[in-house]
Design a protein around this ligand. Structure first.
Ligand code: CLF
Ligand code: SF4
Length: 492
């Protein structure tokens, strides 16, 4: 097992600035004067500048950087059959859910408070709980206030697209570089099964006409953003038997219109949410169905596979929401930005070059092995691109695929936390095993004999032999060992 690297172990969701910087200095991780060395060779430099700190637009950045959403836009101009914004639960992570709505001034206070406490913060997103473009006055006021006070934070919005064409020019003027449009169909017949109504141009439309208008506005908005060089991500909700096959067509349309990323997300449907689909018993796809569709879409518009389907008030690294720490009642009425986040960026810039080099070497090693074997690996990580979380502490595992094409992140699986203060729950482990369907091996920083043996009995091997290594380095070593080139001594 490798020795824990202090700097990367520091990149957890709750580390203070002082701890972070002290640790970085103690291992000689000197701030880099220029972060350019970490740019992957296949990425255009201008695009890289836009995405390198954005945890959603760059899979690599999500290991280091965090987003926060401010819930300033409650109004919406359409109805989706999967949405009910009245429902809230502190443990519920899905779009549309918030615990409190904010005015633009309150949002600014919250952004400053988070920026002072969360070194990883790099992006501010307006993602509802309604529609950022329909509730434009509040969205614009918030983005303007934050841009003035914290100019180094990237701005990002998420919209259903209906009102988007009306605001593209202002988005460009405000230097908003990242826009997400939720596009679930390009055929109004399919749309009519997803959207019961829209409100457009002072009137309400229903049925196929509603979806035709929505579709035309979405395509127009996408084309306008592309023409202005604003990066777009298309979110599509995969709804089995409604639009799952159709998303192949959606992927083609958005690629032709310049979308930067396509993010296919599973429908979240539960009767308790009170949505049309939840009440009607419409199911979401299981993890293997989602992966199968995403695999079919490879080669089209580039896929995002690390989305966590965030709440509209989410805060922190993707997958570890700290929103509950920053409710308005916890934030002083006067907050001043302490400007310390720059130091964190310098530490990361020094680290990322090494990580990218390790990724390239790991992918080359897997390809050079010359095997047709494919391996699905579940990784316990709390950030920094390392295998650095104990199995028993994990609430989600990141899923990587090693194959003749190299190593890539293909998703994540939520799991129940197995370990509670030193003891593990067997019933929890049954749920974890069920959530790991199709997984060959679990990689983690530490695992006890008991859960390891039970996983093995269920056909899922687990090892902590590569704890604290870079994820890709660990996976390439595993892959090669699996081929019998080297012994796989530490695997159960
Ligand atoms: Fe937020 Fe969305 Fe911007 Fe990211 S989230 S507005 S692009 S800053 Fe990211 Fe969350 Fe997935 Fe959205 S993981 S739901 S894709
Ligand atoms: Fe809900 Fe967003 Fe759909 Fe509006 S566009 S109904 S907020 S999911």
């Amino acid at each position: 097992m490798s020795v824990p690297p202090i700097s990367l172990e520091s990149l957890t969701s709750t580390t203070s600035f002082d701890q972070l910087l002290t640790n970085a200095v103690s291992i000689g991780c000197a701030p880099s004067p220029c972060g350019s060395s970490e740019k992957p060779d296949d990425v255009n430099p201008a695009i890289w500048e836009k995405i390198k700190d954005h945890p959603c637009f760059s899979e690599e950045a999500h290991h280091y950087f965090a987003r926060m959403h401010v819930s300033v836009a409650p109004a919406c101009n359409i109805q989706c059959n999967y949405c009910n914004r009245k429902y809230d639960c502190a443990n519920e992570s899905r779009p549309g859910v918030v615990s409190e709505r904010l005015t633009p001034d309150q949002a600014l206070r919250k952004v400053i408070a988070v920026a002072n406490e969360v070194p990883q913060l790099s992006v501010l997103g307006v993602a509802g709980p309604g529609d950022a473009c329909y509730d434009w006055k509040r969205t614009k006021a918030t983005l303007g206030l934050v841009a003035r006070e914290l100019p180094d934070i990237k701005m990002c919005i998420s919209t259903n697209g209906l009102a988007l064409p009306d605001h593209v020019a202002e988005l460009a003027d405000m230097n908003v570089d990242h826009v997400t449009i939720t596009i679930n169909m390009v055929d109004p017949d399919v749309g009519a099964k997803i959207y019961p109504w829209i409100f457009y141009d002072h009137r309400r439309y229903t049925g196929i006409e509603a979806s035709r208008i929505l579709h035309e506005r979405q395509m127009l908005g996408l084309e306008m953003l592309t023409a202005r060089g604003i990066l777009t991500k298309i979110n599509s909700v995969m709804i089995p038997s409604v639009n799952d096959e159709h998303l192949i067509e959606v992927n083609k349309w958005v690629k032709e219109r310049g979308a930067f990323l396509h993010n296919v997300m599973p429908l979240i449907s539960d009767q308790a949410h009170g949505t049309y689909y939840g009440l009607a018993g419409q199911r979401g796809p299981n993890v293997m169905e989602l992966k199968a569709l995403q695999d079919r879409l490879e080669g089209g518009a580039k896929l995002m596979r690390h989305c966590r389907q965030c709440r509209a008030d989410a805060v922190g690294l993707l997958g570890s929401d700290r929103g509950q720490e920053f409710t308005l009642s916890e934030i002083p009425s006067e907050v001043t930005y302490n400007g310390k986040r720059g130091a964190y960026r310098e530490v990361v810039a020094g680290e990322r070059g090494a990580h990218v080099a390790a990724k390239v070497a790991a992918a080359a090693a897997v390809k050079a092995a010359g095997s047709r074997k494919s391996l699905l690996v579940a990784v316990a990580t709390k950030g920094g691109g390392r295998v650095n979380e104990h199995f028993g502490h994990s609430k989600e595992l990141q899923i990587y695929q090693a194959s003749p094409e190299g190593i890539k992140l293909v998703g994540h699986r939520k799991i129940a936390q197995y370990c509670h203060g030193g003891w593990g729950e067997d019933t929890t482990l049954d749920d974890v095993i069920a959530a790991l369907e199709g997984i060959d091996i679990v990689l983690c920083a530490k695992i006890g004999d008991c859960p390891k043996d039970q996983l093995t009995a269920a056909g899922i091997r687990a090892t902590d032999a590569y704890g604290y290594d870079y994820i890709e380095t660990a996976i390439s070593a595993l892959y090669i060992a699996e081929l019998g080139v080297e012994p796989l001594a530490a695997i159960a």
